[in-house]
Design a protein around this ligand. Structure first.
Ligand code: HEC
Length: 243
């Protein structure tokens, strides 16, 4: 009996511990898939700025209303461009071949990127673009050197310039900075929030049922605790006459 209680208690204390993300010099995205307002903003930014090139082909459009807390009609009206049939996946308008021709690399499907790279990687990536006249597409990225993705959110962030520093006799790009003369429509704080919202939405895409599963986990553990207690009372009752 003691063992069983120990197991339950152990389960309770470890339930809140999550697997650690990849380590490194990443910005902290601080994602929270139960923040539906953030997911809604993220979905809007994602559909309008990313799905021209990227798909999320493992996710069905109709998985969105529940996680985002909005109706399917609202999703159809605001996020889906082009034709839509019930049960359709979140496909991009651009085929892989077009992407190869235009950018020299396929725009990867983003359904599972938050799982493979981690939310902090994505958040950092979206905050690491800078203008680079030497790069073939005119943009570069401090996290993913020579990335073939252009800085599609430049109208929001502005046009960042590289911050260079001499390290060991070589000029290294150590960060980015948006000059006041090249500002976008958002302040720095607003852009950080927007990119966090997109990252949050991509984390949700990786597992639309995650928020629900966490919620259910609490109920299951609660049930187990109560059940264990009842079983203990019953055992005491049974053994009372025998002792
Ligand atoms: C103009 C087309 C285009 C648009 C629009 C675009 N991307 Fe990309 N994206 C690419 C290409 C091409 C790559 C491949 C880059 C490489 O590997 O060098 C890429 C790569 C990525 C990656 C890295 C994935 C990986 O596994 O390496 C992420 C994350 C990403 N994009 C997120 C976004 C987000 C978020 C948006 C919207 C804000 C967006 N992209 C909009 C073309 C685009």
């Amino acid at each position: 009996m003691k063992k069983l209680i120990c197991c339950v208690l152990l389960g309770l204390t470890t339930a809140g511990v999550h697997a650690a993300g990849p380590s490194g010099d990443f910005m902290d995205a601080n994602v929270d898939v139960s923040d539906t307002a953030s997911l809604q903003r993220g979905a809007n930014l994602f559909a309008n700025n990313c799905m021209g090139c990227h798909s999320a082909e493992f996710v069905r459009w109709n998985a969105l209303p529940e996680g985002l807390g909005v109706s399917m009609e609202l999703i159809e009206e605001n996020l889906i461009f082009g034709s839509y049939e019930v049960g359709d996946m979140m496909m991009s308008a651009m085929g892989t071949n077009d992407s190869m021709n235009w950018f020299g690399a396929p725009a990867p499907d983003l359904s599972l990127t938050a799982r493979s790279k981690g939310p902090d990687w994505i958040f950092t990536y979206l905050n690491s673009f800078y203008r680079d006249p030497d790069a073939s597409i005119g943009w570069n990225n401090t996290l993913l050197e020579n990335s073939s993705m252009p800085h599609v959110l430049w109208h929001l962030q502005g046009v960042p310039e590289p911050v260079r520093e001499e390290q060991g006799g070589e000029l290294m790009t150590v960060g980015i900075e948006v000059p006041a003369s090249a500002a976008g429509t958002m302040t720095e704080a607003e852009y950080l929030r927007a990119t966090r919202d997109i990252t949050n939405f991509m984390t949700f895409l990786g597992e639309p049922v995650r928020a629900k599963r966490h919620q259910m986990g609490v109920w299951v553990i609660g049930f187990l605790v109560i059940f264990t207690f009842l079983a203990y009372l019953m055992k005491r009752e049974y053994w009372r006459d025998i002792h």
